[in-house]
Design a protein around this ligand. Sequence first.
Ligand SMILES: [Zn+2]
Length: 59
Amino acid sequence: MASAQESEDMFNEFLAQRGHDVESVETSWEESYSKKQCPECGGLHDPSATVCSVCGWSP
Ligand SMILES: [Zn+2]
C-alpha cells in the first residue's frame, strides 16, 4: 500500500531528525558474499570501499 510506505518514510525521517541512525536499503551498502554492493548500480566492491567506482555513489 502506498500510504503505508509513505508513513514509514515519515517515521524514518522523524527518527533521523532526532539523531537516530536509521538503516535504509536506499542509503547504505548492501552486503553480498562478504563484499559491499552498491544499491544504485549493483556493483561489487571490497569492504574497505567508501565510494562506488562504477557510478560514483556513496552512503
Ligand atoms: Zn554504483
